[in-house]
Design a protein around this ligand. Sequence first.
Ligand code: FMN
Length: 210
Amino acid sequence: MNAQPDKIKIIGLSGSLRKNGLTKHAINIALTGAKQMGADTTLIELRNYELVFCHGNEQEEAYPDDVHRLRKEVKSAHGILLGTPEYHGSYSGVLKNALDLMSFAELEGKMIGLIGVSGGSMGAISALASLRGIGRALHAWVIPQQVAIPEVDNVFAANGAIKDPQIESRLLALGNQVAKFSFLHHSNTAQQFLSEWEHAPANPGGTYTK
Ligand SMILES: Cc1cc2nc3c(=O)[nH]c(=O)nc-3n(C[C@H](O)[C@H](O)[C@H](O)COP(=O)(O)O)c2cc1C
């Protein structure tokens, strides 16, 4: 049984490479929500990583150090606030590639909260649905709450301050929830439950006696 961690670590991962992108402002507010619950938080901006395209399991040794740095940082987190801009009705290619460069080692069992921003009126809703599917494929726990932000240029001021208090409180609540569920998932009680679950017989209503 893993020991309950002293501190929950939540990372934000932004799928925009733009220096003044708005996705990261939304993620930062959600990270504040996680911090309010006592979590340690870090924002990961993919623009600070020199990634390559995923080779598909071949030549892993040829990957640059930044691929391993990204993997290590994501692996060390208990929860992830995953944000994407809407690109052509879906999430960004750079985020897909970053996720393809990772696997179960980094994402299985992680709590994930999704955030999408779009220039238009859809709020990246299809992108969020696709990311939910990726979470399922990697055995992550994508929490039911998510935040979709349409017409994002009207939501943030040039300095990154948010102008819409309702969206702000939804982002804070998302970060809150991801931190809370990450904590619960790693609590001694949950670890005990998981251990009993793994060792439970196939027919617990039948012959199981403890
Ligand atoms: C390649 C590309 C495709 C885009 N496709 C859409 C789209 O399908 N729907 C939409 O509402 N906005 C679309 N946008 C606008 C972005 O969602 C918007 O500019 C967003 O703020 C980008 O996120 P960022 O500010 O974090 O970089 C697109 C932008 C780019 C660069």
